[in-house]
Structure formats: C-alpha cells, structure tokens
Design a protein around this ligand. Structure first.
Ligand code: ATP
Ligand code: MG
Length: 582
C-alpha cells in the first residue's frame, strides 16, 4: 500500500471526546471515526487490524473443530419470548417492529437463535458434540457507551455455542475453548489472565473471564501472588483469619451522640473499624433485609444477588427510612431487630466483643457477641475482597489489578434448552435437553485493549500479529530519483517475500512522516534518505524498543524479512505453555 493513496486521516491533537488512550490513538491514527455515541466506522487501517484479530480467532476456533456460520443480526421476538429473556433483557436490547407490527430485536447475543436452530436440526446424540461459531455484529444499548470501541453500542463479537449430550462432553468442549482462548490472546501479543467469573444474565454455573491487564479496565480482578488463583472481584473470595479467642464480655449500651459512620464511632470509642459490625438495610419486594459485616469492609452486591436470587434490591434510600419509624437511621444494629431477615457475612463469626448500633438515637452497644446477644441463622460470604486479603487456595496474598474483559466462557448446562424445549434423542432412546456452553470474545474491544497495553508518547505499538502492516518504508525524499528507486525496490521485494508493507511516498516533511509512522505504530520502520545513499546502509527502527539497526543495502530486504519472521514467531503460541482449565 502506498501512503499517498491510503485513506488514513491522522490527527495531530486528540479529539476532546476521547478519555482513554486507545480511543485517542484510534482516532488520531485515522483508524476509526465516530458515527454516533457508541457507533463507529472502521477506516482501512483499523479494519485491517480487526480482520487480523478475526483471522487469529478463526484459526483457533477451526483448530478445535468449531464450525463457522453466520446468523442474522435482526432477530424475531419469538425465541426470546420462549426463553423468557424478551422481558428480562431490559433496555439494553434494541427493539423494533416491522411494517406489519411484528416485534424484532437487533441481537445483543445469539443463544436463543442457535438453540432454536439446534432444536430443529439436531435430533440425535449421534450428531453431538457440535460447536458452532460466528464473528458478527452485536447491538447493546449500553447505559453509558464510552471509551470508543471498548464499550460500544454496535460491536463485533465472536460467539460460539457447544451442544453436548452429557456433562463430561461439555467439560471437554469447555476445556478446548479455554485452551483456544489462551492461544488467541497470546497470539494477539497480550498480557492477560483467565479469572473465575459470575455468570450474570446469561446464566449457568461455571464461567471464566479473560482479562487483559490494563489501567483503563472497567473490571477489577484479584489474583494470588503465589499460586494461580485469579477471580473477578464480583466472585473473589479470601481465606478467613483465625477466630478471636478473647473472653466474652458483658454487653453494654454506651452514648455515641451524633456518631453515625463507622469512622466516627471508631474514633469516638477508640475501637478499630474491624471490631465494629455495621448493619446495612436493603429493600426488595417490600421486604427488608439486614446485612451485617465488619465495619472496614464493603458489601459485594453481586454476591448478595446470588444469595437473594435476584438483582432487584437496593440500599434503603433516605426517603424510604421515613416508612420505617422503628429503624433508627445511623444507629441500626442486629440486637433486637425483630421481623427483619438477617444475613451475616462469614467474617462476623470470627469476632468477639464487637460494637453495633443500639437501635436507639445516639447510642451503640459494645461487647456484643453472636450467640450471646443475638442469633444468626443465615451466614454467607458477602464481603468485597480486596488487595492484601489472604488467598483462599494457598498461604499467599491477593493482589488487585484492573482488567478489560475480552472474553467470557460459560458452561450453560440446560438453562436455554430446557425452557425452550430443545431436546435430542439420547442413546437410551429418551429425549433430553442439550447440555450447552457459550463462548464470547469482544473482537472490536480487543483492538482497543491491545492499544491500552502497547503504546508510548509517540502513539500505538502494535504487536506484529495484529498490526495493520508489518513494515513501513519511510522515504524522506520520494521526489529524488535515487531514493525513489531504492524505496520502490525494497517495498516491492518485501511484498514478494510475503511481508505486509506500506510505503510512505508522500511529499511531506521528514518530521511529519516520522510522527505518523510512530502514531500508526507499524512494528518495523525502514528509513531511506540521503544518509542511505552516503553510507550504503538502510536504517531500521523497531517501534517497540526504539532500537535502531543499520542493514547494508544489498542484503537489507533479506535482513528485514528475517527480522519480521522472528517477531512473528515471538507472538506465536509455540513458547507459551498453556494449562488446563481450572
Ligand atoms: P461487560 O461486563 O463488559 O458488559 P458482558 O458480560 O456484557 O461484558 P458478554 O455478554 O459476555 O459481555 O459478551 C462477550 C464479550 O463481548 C465480552 O467479553 C466483551 O469482550 C464483549 N463486549 C460486551 N459488551 C461490549 C460492548 N458494549 N462493546 C464492546 N464489546 C463488548
Ligand atoms: Mg454487558
């Protein structure tokens, strides 16, 4: 490709709308353009990277025997009504009607359509296992579309679905996917971790997310510094400390005028926050629930949702407190809190002689103990695990990091097949629901995630496997015959040798050309100028390390080819040993 005709409208300044680095650089490098909030066009350079990622995914899906297909984005409401998600999905689903008033949606995902297809076409256990996938556009009317390709409303996803006859086969399909995902993200040159995850609306039990580690990530993960435990914060647990052996003291009410928050009570009474037990009042379905937990901890509402079996609850709001005159806001405690379901975080069981609200204005109780002063019938792990907590698997300590979710694999089991009545005839002649798995990759989100991990002040630093081009030949004076002849020869020969090259043949200043080359981030820059003619050497710059090499003119092409091949091998899967799914 010649730069003089390439459609890559680069920008010197970052557009104001872009908050994070990948969004800024994708716009500046002329790779994407915004159409509307969360909706983008891919320009030629951005599209090349997208296609490269897609092809890596394709190769690895095909390698494990998954078969590519394509389903429509426009989906009738029927299968969604069958699964119950037409009502559950809420505002994130883009809905529309055709001219006859029939209901449709722009697919946010494809479990319903694929299950419907399998139900009609896959009748016997002999046709199983079957894994199908597609790389296709998805629509989600996100509350806050932002960060460019990261959280878009129209985006590209790879979604795969496995149909199995039994749990053992599902585990095998899931493990194949797990391995394929590891190879895909390694081949994209990314630093990532597979973490235990919550299953959310999609459903099912076993699930793992693949997180690209980057500060701009919207997710928090916790991983052990010693063993391979890693989990998303939504589900992370930690090893509990030893229970207190303090002698049990006698409970007592003390005055704490105007001291409401844990910090205030802690300072006022001179008691550390981890010996104060706070009581949080939640409301759902006109019912109140009291959650008690250590004062220095936060409630993990994802875990609470799992315990309650719904996400439809909230902390009692300021106005709602008026409806319950028996509850003294700021001084609620578990002692004598009758008629309200009480759930205690497991950690409360370790502490003795703690402080709680006294259910009286301006008063707390000290020396409170479970079993002595109140009873707990429901225990659960409800705490938000944080950096420094103990690893649940070994003696190590957990570390927290920000991650970008680029993939998610689920063992769905019979969640969809059962409600939709999708069955096959098993070996024993009986109809059974398919055991299913589903496996997503945010293909367009990966483009942004790769940049979040690979950039410097000059611009993007593409891993060679997903770079729009591998080599950029920068000619300083294309209007001078000698330079043009060398540049054209190098560019043409590189192409013949299977190297993807772009030739910057524009009549622009050297400064502009170098700045654009760094911004666009092609891994190898080859510079041809007056110095080349004088020294007989071509200058080669490695974008990632800034390392500069001199290659003699007569051997330059071979040496560049060698260099690119070595870089390709470095992001291959060969060197990365990948472990079995956890
Ligand atoms: P998130 O928690 O980020 O909203 P999700 O749990 O809704 O993700 P899935 O339904 O598992 O995502 O979709 C599969 C993959 O699609 C995700 O792992 C992610 O990489 C990608 N993805 C999801 N939502 C978006 C979006 N709005 N824009 C770009 N990619 C997305
Ligand atoms: Mg989502």
């Amino acid at each position: 490709m010649r730069f003089s005709i390439l459609f890559a409208p680069t920008l010197k300044e970052s557009p104001a709308e872009a908050e994070i680095i990948s969004h800024k650089l994708l716009l500046r490098a002329g790779m994407i353009r915004k159409v509307a909030a969360g909706i983008y066009s891919f320009l030629p350079l951005g599209y090349r990277t997208l296609k490269k990622i897609e092809n890596i995914i394709r190769e690895e899906m095909d390698r494990i025997g998954a078969q590519e297909m394509l389903m429509p984005a426009l989906q009738p409401a029927d299968p969604w009504k069958k699964s119950g998600r037409w009502d559950q999905y809420g505002l994130e689903m883009m809905r529309l009607k055709d001219r006859n008033g029939r209901e449709f949606a722009l697919g946010p995902t494809h479990e319903e359509l694929i299950t419907d297809l399998a139900m009609k076409e896959v009748r016997s256990y002999r046709q199983l296992p079957l894994t199908l996938y597609q790389i296709q556009v998805k629509f989600r009317d996100e509350i806050r579309p932002r960060f460019g390709l990261m959280r878009a409303r129209e985006f590209i996803m790879k979604d795969a679905y496995s149909f199995n006859a039994n749990m053992g086969d599902l585990t095998a399909s899931y493990n194949d996917m797990y391995m394929a995902y590891n190879r895909i993200f390694s081949r994209c040159g990314l630093e990532f971790r597979a973490v235990e995850a919550a299953s959310g609306l999609i459903g099912g039990k076993v699930s793992q997310e693949f997180m690209v580690l980057a500060e701009a990530g919207e997710d928090t993960i916790l991983y052990c510094g010693t063993c391979d435990y890693a989990a998303s914060q939504d589900v992370a647990t930690s090893r509990m400390e030893e229970p207190s052996t303090e002698e049990i003291k006698k409970v007592k009410v003390v005055d704490t005028p105007r001291q409401k928050s844990v910090d205030e009570v802690s300072a006022f009474l001179g008691v550390p926050a981890d010996k104060i037990i706070k009581t949080l009042i939640y409301k759902y379905d006109n019912q109140l629930i009291a959650v008690i937990m250590r004062g220095d901890r936060d409630v993990n509402e994802e875990k609470l949702a799992t315990v309650l079996g719904t996400t439809n609850f909230h902390l009692l709001t300021g106005a709602e407190w008026q409806d319950y005159p028996g509850l003294v806001q700021g001084y609620v405690g578990p002692v004598g809190l009758d008629g309200i379901r009480l759930i205690a975080d497991n950690e409360v069981s370790l502490i003795r002689n703690f402080v709680v609200g006294a259910n009286l204005e301006d008063a707390h109780m000290i020396n409170v103990n479970v079993g002595e002063d109140f009873q707990v019938e429901e225990w659960a792990d409800l705490k938000m695990v944080r950096s420094g907590d103990a690893c649940p698997r070994c003696q190590g300590t957990l570390i927290s990091a920000k991650g970008i979710e680029v993939g998610h694999i689920f063992q769905l089991g019979t969640k969809y097949s059962e409600v939709m009545g999708a069955t096959f005839i098993d070996e024993d002649g009986l109809p059974k629901p398919y055991i299913m798995g589903c496996y997503g990759i945010g293909v367009s989100r990966l483009v942004a995630a790769a940049i979040e991990q690979n950039y410097d002040e000059g611009g993007i630093i593409w891993p060679v496997s997903i770079a729009p081009y591998e080599v950029e030949v920068v000619v300083l004076n294309y209007d001078r015959d000698e330079q043009r002849e060398i540049a054209d020869r190098v560019y043409t020969e590189l192409g013949k040798m299977g190297i993807e090259a772009v030739l910057d043949d524009r009549i622009e200043s050297a400064g502009k050309k170098f700045a654009d080359a760094d911004l666009i981030g092609i891994p190898v820059q080859v510079v041809i100028g007056t110095r080349t003619l004088k020294s007989g050497n071509i200058e080669v710059k490695i974008r990632s390390s800034n390392e500069r090499k001199e290659f003699p003119l007569d051997r330059a092409v071979d040496m560049i080819v060698e260099l690119v091949k070595r870089m390709r091998a470095d992001v291959g899967v060969g060197g990365n040993s990948v472990e079995q799914a956890g």
